[in-house]
Design a protein around this ligand. Structure first.
Ligand SMILES: [Ca+2]
Ligand SMILES: [Ca+2]
Ligand SMILES: [Ca+2]
Ligand SMILES: [Ca+2]
Length: 349
């Protein structure tokens, strides 16, 4: 994951070479969704990875106020970043009224960079849509390259046109960004013809600060893989980022954040008490390692081991039930009782 990624290879211009903390690439070659994507759809077929690319098909019979299909990135892009991909739309009739492209967004807003047929005789364009503020450029080709780059708080879309031509800049684009590659249309402009839009050669790189480490789940013999840990980043007494990480089979985790400066990382497992790391320094492109040892016994997950936890354990005693199964042997039994008693009265950070 921590590889160096050289900016601009085959279609390069003279932007400086950069080192990035995180890179995400997908050439869509193996016919299955990579873990970095979550496919979704609304009144449309799911995208299909085939023919060495990701294919988004909208049948001409589609209808509705908004039908769409896409890939949601499992990652969040942090800090400065650069994202690009190619498109090739092999079935793209005139006046089809289909929008295709990428949206980067969060609770503060969104930037959509599209290769779009507007329908209703309004033609083919690439278009940047920043919260409804549109910049359009006529674009006849069904193939091409799109890119969005953020430097500081300025996020700019580009289309490859012999060089990277900027389309529109979102000033004040702050915060980690979710990524969607998607295709959509609407009854008001859909051309009622089959459309096949495809994307390929996705590359994203960002300057996140990376934190990784391992969690020792106390008094636990069950599988570590997939255990969910709530992470809080605390700076000057305030929680400034929160994330859920899942452990691998060895109890290791990794997450990316835009937070910089001195923080404490706090970790809590489903029925373990929250623990804080010592202060650590985060910086863009930085890497920090923090490990945690968590205390078992907080059945109701309120960060205290007390009589409420005891009551829950008693209610479920003897059952094959994860509520109260503290040691992960699948049964709520006397071993779990012993764990609770050993830590009774303890409180998390
Ligand atoms: Ca490919
Ligand atoms: Ca794949
Ligand atoms: Ca509790
Ligand atoms: Ca048990």
């Amino acid at each position: 994951m921590r590889t160096r990624w050289m900016l601009l290879t085959a279609i390069g211009i003279a932007w400086p070479t950069a080192a990035w903390s995180n890179t995400y690439t997908d050439n869509f070659e193996d016919g299955t969704y990579a873990p970095m994507w979550v496919p979704w759809s609304v009144d449309a077929p799911l995208p299909i990875e085939q023919n060495g690319r990701m294919e988004f098909f909208l049948p001409g019979t589609s209808f509705g106020p908004m039908f769409s299909t896409g890939l949601r990135g499992a990652m969040r892009l942090c800090g400065d970043f650069d994202v690009k991909f190619t498109f090739d739309h092999p079935i793209w009739p005139k006046n089809n009224g289909v929008r295709t492209g990428m949206t980067l967004g969060n609770k503060h807003g969104a930037y959509t960079l599209e290769r779009t047929n507007l329908g209703l005789g309004m033609g083919d364009h690439v278009l940047s849509d920043i919260g409804g503020s549109l910049t359009m450029l006529p674009y006849g080709g069904t193939q091409g390259n799109l890119r969005i780059r953020r430097v500081g708080m300025e996020m700019t879309g580009y289309v490859w046109n012999g060089e990277w031509q900027p389309l529109g800049t979102w000033f004040g684009a702050i915060g980690p960004m979710d990524v969607d590659l998607w295709v959509w249309s609407h009854d008001a402009y859909f051309g009622r013809q089959d459309v096949l839009a495809t994307f390929d050669d996705f590359m994203a790189a960002d300057s996140a600060s990376i934190v990784n480490g391992a969690v020792n789940l106390g008094d636990y013999i069950g599988p570590l893989l997939g255990q969910r840990i709530e992470i809080l980043l605390v700076q000057d007494g305030a929680v400034i980022d929160s994330q859920i990480v899942t452990l691998d089979e060895w109890g290791q985790f990794q997450f990316a954040t835009e937070v910089a400066g001195e923080v404490r990382v706090m970790a809590k497992g489903t029925h373990w008490l929250r623990r804080s790391s010592p202060p650590i320094q985060l910086a863009p492109n930085g890497l920090q390692v923090v490990d945690f040892a968590l205390t078992n016994g907080d059945v109701d997950s309120n960060n205290v081991i007390d009589s409420d936890d005891f009551d829950l354990l008693v209610i479920n005693f003897g059952e094959q039930n994860f509520i109260g199964d503290l040691d992960g042997n699948t049964m709520v039994d006397s071993d779990d009782f012993d764990i609770l008693v050993a830590h009774f009265g303890e409180q998390g950070d």
